[in-house]
Write a protein that binds this ligand. Structure first.
Ligand SMILES: N[C@@H](CCC(=O)N[C@@H](CS)C(=O)NCC(=O)O)C(=O)O
Length: 211
């Protein structure tokens, strides 16, 4: 059965291409042009009723939400997601932390910064929101720094939790105040950035960006 990944080259989609490349799974890319509203097409809504990428199908299995996809791929292959409950509980915790804290907080920094610039709004209008989300994102970066003290990866061995967090740090380090003052986070970032599967994964879909 062919895995079909519905995607546009963004950090949430690249979490999944990292997992697919690391797990050496063959997959087909189905482009969804989110800059031209294809995420709202009825055909795509049948795959993800929430109208967001990434989504994945595997025969009769349909998944949306990047963390659900990462868990599925981890269960399917037995890689980067150990069955042992102690290890899995740790990975799930960091995975959900990324989805509920790091992603939304850093994403809100982007939104409020962009809304002012792109929508011709008075930047002062967004200053309180930006202050709140920048402060929270910096706090979350500090949490990662603390977790990585004495560890190469978030949960000991490289796992789907690292894949989920890494794209957000890689793409928007400035949202949390950068990596210069966080040596553990910087080393972790560099360690993952150097992985051949990650380098391949970040290229997937880039031909879709028409700039
Ligand atoms: N929690 C979702 C977030 C998905 C999401 O927000 N995807 C963005 C791209 S990274 C999207 O589809 N944006 C299209 C839009 O905002 O209309 C996940 O992790 O899969």
């Amino acid at each position: 059965m062919t895995l079909r990944l519905f995607m546009f080259p963004t950090l949430n989609a690249h979490k999944v291409t990292i997992a697919l490349e690391e797990m050496a799974l063959p997959y087909e890319v189905v482009p969804v042009d989110i800059l031209n509203g294809e995420q709202d097409d009825e055909a795509f809504r049948a795959i993800n009723p929430n109208g967001r990428i990434p989504a994945l199908t595997d025969g009769p299995v349909r998944l949306f939400e990047s963390a659900a996809i990462l868990q599925y791929l981890g269960r399917k292959t037995g890689q980067f997601y150990p069955q042992d409950e102690v290890a899995r509980a740790e990975i799930d915790s960091w995975l959900f932390w990324q989805m509920s804290a790091l992603g939304p907080s850093s994403g809100n920094v982007n939104w409020f910064a962009r809304a002012a610039a792109k929508e011709g709004r008075d930047p002062a209008e967004n200053s309180l929101a930006l202050h709140r989300f920048r402060k929270e994102t910096a706090r979350l970066f500090d949490i990662l720094e603390r977790q990585l003290a004495g560890r190469d990866y978030l949960c000991g061995d490289y796992s789907i939790a690292d894949m989920a967090c890494w794209t957000w740090i890689d793409k928007y380090p400035g949202n949390g105040g950068g990596l210069a003052s966080r040596p553990g986070l910087a080393a972790w970032h560099g360690r993952i950035a150097a992985r051949p599967a990650v380098l391949r994964a970040l290229q997937v879909g880039l031909d879709r960006i028409k700039t």
